[in-house]
Design a protein around this ligand. Structure first.
Ligand code: HH2
Length: 261
């Protein structure tokens, strides 16, 4: 899943694509590099980001979705049911709701999509930085995602631990290290760690664009734990990483336990 932020203020690629034509060209490049899905967002969710009025968010994402529909599989990254509905009408088939279907209206809207992504977070981008006290981190993430996934009305659901959303660096690392527990819930798991701050903190890299190697390490760890969808900014490099892991896996063949007979 390639990230396409049609926003002036996203933490990593905000403002980079300028207008709809620039965003469309970026999406086409990510598809050529091996993305299977493009995640279009018009409201930054980075910590402290200001909410975007509905009309403004629609104006940012709809021209991009309309232009790409039929040429790429598209998800809409939004917290607003009305924007999601308009995006579905314009051709988006995956709903990426970072609030994890807490709004009843969003539950209704999810029926219009082939897939709903439910992500774990607490509070809002304005408040989540102070909402990091958990009695049982994995237990809460599991319980919230199970409940949200059960509410979704789309035929398919993907679950997402919400790396960087109301979590400290240590908590992000722990969730990645214990991702097998989320995988065990049975829904395909999506992980969005790309260029995020916890990578910068571990590696001492303040600039998001410098965090490629750390991002790839997170994808590799998540893949090994059983995650299936990776939300990334660096599509070509991620695709190479996965192609290599697949080649190694294919060469290894089935284990004795898996072999027929
Ligand atoms: N992370 C971001 C936004 N949307 N959606 C899912 N399902 N999972 C994520 O981890 C996730 C997400 C934040 O990253 P980005 O879009 O690059 O920045 P911004 O929030 O500033 O737009």
């Amino acid at each position: 899943m390639g990230v396409l932020n049609a926003t002036p203020d996203s933490f990593s690629d905000g403002g980079r694509w300028g207008d709809a034509a620039g965003a469309i060209a970026a999406a086409e490049r990510m598809c050529a590099e091996g993305a299977d899905l493009i995640d279009v967002g018009g409201e930054s969710t980075r910590p402290g980001a200001a909410p975007v009025p509905e009309a403004e968010e629609r104006a940012r994402v709809l021209p991009v979705i309309a232009a790409l529909a039929g040429r790429a599989r598209l998800s809409i990254d939004t917290q607003k049911p009305s924007v999601a509905l308009a995006a579905a009408a314009a051709g988006a088939t995956v709903l990426n709701d970072v609030q994890g279907l807490i709004l009843d209206e969003m539950v209704e809207v999810s029926a219009r999509f082939e897939v709903t992504v439910v992500m774990h977070m607490r509070g809002s981008p304005q408040t989540m930085g102070s909402l990091t006290d958990y009695d049982d981190l994995e237990g809460e993430v599991q319980a919230r995602l199970r409940a949200a996934a059960t509410r979704a009305r789309s035929p398919a659901v993907w679950i997402d631990p919400g790396v960087g959303f109301a979590k400290t660096t240590a908590q992000n690392l722990r969730l990645l290290g214990r991702l097998d527990r989320l995988v065990a819930l049975g829904w395909p798991v999506l992980v969005g760690a790309s260029r995020k701050r916890f990578i910068g903190e571990v590696l001492g890299l303040p600039a998001p664009a410098d965090r490629l190697v750390g991002s790839l390490a997170a994808v590799a760890a998540a893949y090994q734990a059983g995650a299936q969808i990776f939300r990334v900014h660096d599509v070509a490099a991620t695709r190479q990483l996965l192609d290599m892991l697949w080649a190694i896996e294919a060469a290894a063949g089935p284990t004795e336990a898996e072999a027929p007979g």
